[in-house]
Design a binder for this molecule. Structure first.
Ligand code: UDX
Length: 459
């Protein structure tokens, strides 16, 4: 099938490259010429494991352009995956979505095109995009050069994205489910056809990413527009509150002398609960959970509905960051003048994404209390320098620099390289050997045997 993807951020790029890999003919549009040039040369502008390999394997079916006129005409499906940043009041800024929809409408030229909202948009945006498309399309038709394309038809659908950064390709090719929503049955048929190779798992896996042994046919949820839009928010908020629940129980575990890691394991083995997303620690960050829980609360308030559970999940999450600093204060008594190292800046491992990263709040809070911080990340430092110029002077090139004369080191992001550190090598460099495990991933007994004072954030 012929596919156009508007926007080459995380979601758009992964969608475009994956669909091209599956054999569809894909053109990705982005207004950023530098990005388009980079992608056309086979290089990936974001840090995502495997993406450049998949780009290479998909190259014969994949084109990048800055021109809608080169990408939209003839497309069976147009995915709109542009950024929807938070506006000053916290609501998503839909400027880019509007302008993308208008540009798509100007270029539509096919007997039937499904325009798919792939950006995370407020519930109801499908109808809004539909209205923009119809207005722009009608305006175009009234102009002389627009005439003669009366057979062009289109409909809007929602196809929410569930990929995790760092696992984007596996989550796309081997997903738990695919959700498509539209009030137009023909759109649902088109999308069903588009995703057949994934639904039936009939494609030959990429050389670097074999099909998991337990991969089965992928369930397809084919529903109406509003339900598809709400599924995205409901799922993300549920994952966020699952983590916050583990963190809330963790605080009680600490008081009663229980081990939260054991408690989470014991809970998670109940198949009705499930073991994933119960990992306690400094809590969630990233571009989705914070933004989506906020948007869910905002949408509900338009209907005079409170979302007390979702609000509590957000409060607990914010509290975890404060607790990390409190734990250090409990140990060191005085934070002023102390040197504290943070290992891991990205909001989670295998990405250089710093959006809403717990490390930022923790570093700022320590600095505000007069501590001197040393910051390290194996991958995100380049981005950090650009996005966090005020914190950039505190960056360290090496792990040795972080530990040298340090009063405490906090493991904030559980990068594999930190888990494999020879911790015994660094203890001698520290002034006081305190380790605060922000993710509950280090072996407490082993750390104590080496001589560290091991403490954890939750529990
Ligand atoms: C999330 C959703 O998982 C994905 O389905 C959606 O499309 C986008 O948002 P992502 O933000 O990439 O994906 O990261 P995810 O792996 O879900 O982790 C989110 C945050 O939760 C990270 O900061 C992570 O460190 C934290 N986390 C995750 C925990 O603190 N504990 C856990 O048990 C799991």
């Amino acid at each position: 099938m012929k596919v156009c993807v508007v926007g080459t951020g995380y979601v758009g790029l992964t969608t475009g490259v994956s669909l091209a890999f599956l054999g569809h003919e894909v053109t990705c549009v982005d207004l950023d010429q530098a990005k388009v040039d980079m992608l056309a040369a086979g290089r990936c502008p974001i840090y995502e494991p495997g993406m450049e390999d998949l780009l290479a394997e998909a190259a014969p079916n994949l084109t990048f352009t800055t021109s809608y006129a080169d990408a939209v005409p003839g497309a069976d499906v147009v995915f709109v995956a542009v950024q929807t940043p938070s506006a000053a009041d916290g609501s998503p800024d839909l400027r880019y979505l509007r302008s993308a929809a208008e540009s798509v409408a100007q270029a539509l030229d096919h007997d039937f095109t499904v325009v798919v909202n792939k950006s995370t948009v407020p519930i109801g945006s499908g109808n809004w995009v539909d209205a923009i498309l119809r207005d722009s399309f009608q305006q175009r038709e009234t102009r002389p050069e627009g005439a003669g394309r009366n057979s062009t038809e289109f409909a809007v659908a929602s196809n929410p994205e569930f990929l995790r950064e760092g696992n984007a390709i596996a989550d796309t090719l081997y997903p738990d489910r695919i959700v498509i929503g539209s009030d137009n049955p023909r759109s649902l048929e088109v999308l069903n056809r588009l995703y057949r190779p994934i639904i039936n798992q009939t494609f030959t896996p990429p050389t670097f990413l074999p099909r998991p042994e337990d991969a089965n046919a992928v369930p397809l949820v084919s529903t109406d527009l509003a339900s598809a839009e709400l599924i995205k928010y409901a799922a993300n908020a549920f994952l966020a509150l699952k983590i916050s629940y583990a963190n809330e129980i963790g605080q009680l575990a600490a008081k009663v002398g229980a081990d939260i890691t054991e408690v989470a394991r014991g809970m998670g083995l109940d198949q009705r609960i499930g073991s994933r997303f119960l990992q306690p620690g400094v809590g969630w960050g990233g571009s989705c959970f914070g933004k989506d829980t906020k948007a869910l609360i905002a949408t509900a308030s338009e209907y005079n509905l409170e979302m007390p559970i979702v609000k509590a999940a957000r409060d607990v999450n914010q509290r975890q960051r404060a607790i990390a600093v409190e734990r250090l204060q409990d140990e060191l008594r005085i934070l002023k003048g102390r040197k504290i190292g943070l290992l891991g800046l990205a909001f989670k491992p295998n990405t250089d994404d710093l959006r809403d990263a717990p490390a930022l709040d923790i570093a700022n809070s320590l600095i505000a209390r007069g501590a001197r911080v040393k910051l390290h990340d194996p991958v995100a430092t380049e981005r950090f320098r650009i996005e966090q110029p005020e914190l950039a002077p505190y960056l360290s090139q090496t792990i040795d620099e972080v530990f040298a004369d340090c009063d405490a080191v906090v493991l904030v992001t559980e990068w594999g390289q930190y888990l494999e550190l020879d911790w015994s090598k660094f203890i001698g460099l520290m002034r006081t050997p305190i380790i605060l495990d922000g993710r509950h991933v280090l072996d407490a007994e082993r750390m104590r045997r080496i001589g560290y004072k091991y403490i954890a954030v939750a529990g």
